[in-house]
Every structure is written in structure tokens, then in C-alpha cells.
Ligand binder design. Structure first.
Ligand code: UD1
Ligand code: MG
Length: 441
């Protein structure tokens, strides 16, 4: 006799992989199909590094975000399927609920809320060009639900001190509320850091794609490998059985959750890069930068690996630190810092910030001469007065042009992508290689 199953378990990880493929197909199809509609309402831009003047649909990250959020919403029942179909447990007051993993549902929903907030911010930025002083705090507010969930999960606020510094600081330092400040800054960093490493075709979405792949690879390392598919099919709060080779049930669940966020992100970014690669037929806009940055930050915060996550942002950290003198007004910051096209050679050259009309500033001179000494900017100096007349814009794109010479746009974006891959390789080495020497256990 066939016995009816007591409850149905929907395959969550397999479904997520399927949704990621669907995300790719939907984005790759919708971007050219909807491009004209974006142009009609004025969401268009000119490719500044081309000789032609065609209008290119801007803000295509909105299509990515819409596809992504829709799929993640449809995905909600899957990790919880066994609880939805199981006979309900009733507690003493007769309320249904029993062992339903409310905590995990709250975690998932808080992430969706922050993705929506980030998408809204990005869209507003594309529509109104929001000023920096407003742009910075908004992702911090959007990360509050994530932080509260982290708190409710009794997330660690301690940092393990490397062995050489232990005599000075002890083995573990509890940062307490400061750790929450750090995590909220992480969300604003991830969103804005992607947005300022921009300007050549494919670079915004390409970096998001490589970071998302790196996070996904890191997550896969935590799944109990020989059994991954079988165990991954089970619900988030389910029984994992005995014999997890690589860590506790919670650790596996957190990385599985992060994987559920990353795979569809890889899908939408792959769909967009297909149209944004040189020569671009679509621009991602700020919407993509904010939405992808927040998704990656949420994966790091809710997966409890925010420090490892930062390692995948090595090129962005470098670009951000290098950009600080321009972002904070020490050196003038033109509206666009992307490289300049030489229309004769058709190669990209360094773009420059003009300082000839600026009042003298000792701080600016020290900063620029130091950066020039380090090979991070090139200065034009008046030979008579020794005054700095201009400097190349302080971005990683310009640094790559200084170090390796003028090149085509496509070759430059390949250089940036290789730098990003090298950054991820270094991150894995630091996390799993060097960490063993600096930390014990
Ligand atoms: C950020 C950068 C800015 C850079 C710009 C390019 C900082 C502080 N800001 O500004 O220096 O010039 O991104 O995206 O570092 N565009 C291209 N080719 C591309 C991508 C964009 O020509 O491959 C141009 C298009 O005209 C497009 C516009 O850049 O319409 C979009 O710029 P936007 O994203 O609004 O610039 P920001 O993010 O404010
Ligand atoms: Mg932008």
C-alpha cells in the first residue's frame, strides 16, 4: 500500500539554482525588450567614451532588481515548505505555530526589505541625482532590519585578535555597539563603493558579478559536501541529521541563506552584463549599484561573515581610499572622473582634475605629492612657480592607465575584472591560508 507523505518538502537549493537560471534568461530578454520604454521617459544616457551620440537606456538595474525581488518573493515558501504542509502544533493557548522557524522567516524578510529600500534609493538617485550627504546615510537606515535580526540571533560582536597583538589587546575584544556601527557602515560602503568604481562599459555590473561569485564559492565551502544536494534540498530549519563534516547546523544554514541570495544575483548580473559589455547597449545606473551592494552586504551580515566579505572588496577599498581626497573636497571632484577618449588613437587616456583656479592648500599639496610619489596620480606642475596645475583623477581606472599605459575601453575593463579576480584570490588566501598563521584554531 502506498502511504501518503506526512509532509511535503520542496527542494530549496535546486529551486534556487533554477530561479538563478530563470533570472538570467528573464533579465537578458527584458533589457532589450524594455529599453525603448526607459528612453521614452528620459532614463537614457550618452556613452561618454564613444564617438557616436545614440541614446542608451539608463537605470537597467531596475529590471534586475524587479526580476530578483520577484523571484526571491516567489522563493519564500521553499525553504519553509515542510513547515507549511506539516500538521500544525498548537501551544497552550491554542495558537498555531509550534516549531515554525519564525526567526529564519524574519531574517529572510528583513533582507527583502533592505533590498527594496536600496532599489528605491538607487532609482531616486537615477531620477534626481541625489547629493552625497543624503546618499550616504540612507543605506544605513535600510540596514536597521538586518542589524536587529543579527541582534536577535545573538550575533557575535567580538573580534579575535591576531596572535602577535594578543599581549597588547588580549585574545578577544568585544566591540559591542561599535560592531553594529561597523556593520551599518558596511552596507553604505558596499553600495557606494560599487557606484564609484564606474565609467567604462561593464565595470559596475562586472565587479558585482565577481564579488557575488566569490561569496557563493565561499558559501559552498561551508556546505557538507558529499551530501550537499540532498541536505540542501531540505528546509532551512530542518533536521540536518548527524555527521556534518564542516561545522554546525547554524553555520550551514547561514551560508545556505547567503547562497540563496547570491545565486539569483549572479543570474541577473549575468543577464545585464550581456548587454552592458563593450559596446554597451544598456547602462546599469545607480539602481544596480545600490541594489547589488545591499544584497551582498545583507548576505555578509546575515551569514555572519562580514569580515570575510570585506576581503572580497579589496579593489573597492583601494578605490574608495584613493578617492577620499576628491570625495571629501580636498581635491576638486569633477562630475565624471572616468578616463578620456583620444579620438585620434581611439585609446583611453587619464582624465584630470583642473586645479589651476583653486586657492593654494598645503594639505592638498601634501596629499597629491604623496600620491604622485606612490605612482597613484600624475601631476602637471608649473615649472616656474612649482604650483600643481592638474592631477589625474583619483580612481583605480586612472591608476591602471598610469601603470600600464593607454588602452582600449574593452581592454581596460578586462584589466579591472582581472584585478577584481586577483583580489578575490588574495581574499581566499588571506582567509584560509594566512589566517592559520595569525590565528590559532
Ligand atoms: C560615478 C562616478 C563618476 C563616474 C560615473 C560613471 C565618483 C564620485 N562618481 O558617478 O566619476 O564618471 O560614476 O558612471 O566616482 N557612463 C558611460 N559609460 C559607462 C557607464 C556610464 O559613459 O560605461 C556615463 C553615461 O553618460 C551615464 C552616466 O555615466 O549616463 C551615469 O553616471 P552616474 O551613474 O549617474 O554617475 P555617478 O554614479 O553619480
Ligand atoms: Mg553610478
Amino acid at each position: 500500500l502506498l502511504k501518503a507523505p506526512s509532509h511535503l518538502v520542496l527542494p530549496a537549493l535546486e529551486t534556487n539554482v533554477g530561479f538563478a537560471i530563470l533570472a538570467f534568461v528573464a533579465t537578458a530578454y527584458l533589457i532589450p525588450a524594455l529599453g525603448e520604454n526607459f528612453i521614452k521617459i528620459g532614463l537614457k544616457g550618452r556613452d561618454l567614451l564613444k564617438t557616436y551620440d545614440d541614446a542608451i537606456p539608463e537605470c537597467q538595474g531596475l529590471i534586475c532588481a524587479a526580476v530578483y525581488i520577484t523571484l526571491l518573493t516567489l522563493f519564500i515558501p521553499f525553504p519553509f515548505s515542510s513547515f507549511l504542509t506539516r500538521e500544525r502544533d498548537y501551544d497552550v493557548e491554542g495558537l498555531a505555530g509550534g516549531d515554525f522557524p519564525h526567526q529564519q522567516l524574519a531574517t529572510y524578510l528583513s533582507a527583502l526589505l533592505s533590498f527594496m529600500a536600496a532599489t528605491m534609493l538607487g532609482l531616486l538617485d537615477d531620477l534626481f541625482d541625489i547629493r552625497w550627504r543624503y546618499k550616504l546615510p540612507i543605506p544605513i537606515i535600510a540596514s536597521i532590519p538586518l542589524l536587529l535580526v543579527y541582534y536577535a540571533e545573538q550575533g557575535l560582536t567580538t573580534v579575535v585578535i591576531p596572535i602577535p597583538l594578543r599581549k597588547l589587546l588580549g585574545t578577544v575584544v568585544d566591540l559591542g555597539p561599535l560592531y553594529y556601527v561597523y556593520m551599518s557602515l558596511l552596507s553604505t560602503f558596499c553600495t557606494n563603493a560599487i557606484n564609484i568604481l564606474a565609467g567604462v562599459n561593464g565595470v559596475e555590473v562586472g565587479q558585482a558579478l565577481i564579488i557575488a561569485c566569490s561569496v557563493a564559492i565561499n558559501d559552498l565551502l561551508y556546505l557538507p559536501w558529499p551530501y550537499t544536494l540532498r541536505l540542501g534540498s531540505r528546509e532551512l530549519g530542518g533536521e540536518w541529521g548527524a555527521g556534518l563534516a564542516f561545522g554546525s547546523k547554524e553555520l550551514v544554514e547561514r551560508h545556505l541563506l547567503s547562497l540563496y541570495f547570491m545565486l539569483p544575483l549572479i543570474g541577473v548580473c549575468s543577464g545585464l552584463i550581456f548587454h552592458n559589455w563593450y559596446p554597451a547597449r544598456a547602462f546599469p545606473g545607480d539602481t544596480l549599484c545600490y541594489f547589488a551592494g545591499m544584497t551582498i552586504a545583507a548576505a555578509g551580515i546575515l551569514g555572519h561573515f562580514s569580515k570575510t566579505l570585506l576581503l572580497f572588496f579589496i579593489p573597492q577599498i583601494f578605490n574608495f581610499i584613493l578617492s577620499c581626497p576628491q570625495l571629501f573636497g580636498i581635491v576638486p571632484c569633477p562630475r565624471h572622473r572616468l578616463p578620456k577618449l583620444n579620438k585620434v588613437s581611439m585609446l583611453l587616456n587619464n582624465s584630470e582634475a583642473d586645479l589651476s583656479w583653486e586657492k593654494p592648500s598645503v594639505l592638498r599639496d601634501i596629499v597629491l605629492r604623496t600620491l604622485s610619489f606612490l605612482g597613484l596620480t600624475r601631476l602637471t606642475v608649473d615649472p616656474k612657480t612649482n604650483k600643481i596645475k592638474s592631477c589625474t583623477n583619483l580612481t583605480i581606472l586612472n591608476v591602471l592607465l598610469i601603470w600600464f599605459g593607454p588602452t582600449t575601453e574593452e581592454a581596460l575593463v578586462v584589466r579591472v575584472m582581472l584585478t577584481q579576480c586577483a583580489g578575490s584570490a588574495l581574499a581566499f588566501f588571506v582567509r584560509y591560508g594566512v589566517a592559520g598563521f595569525v590565528y590559532d584554531g
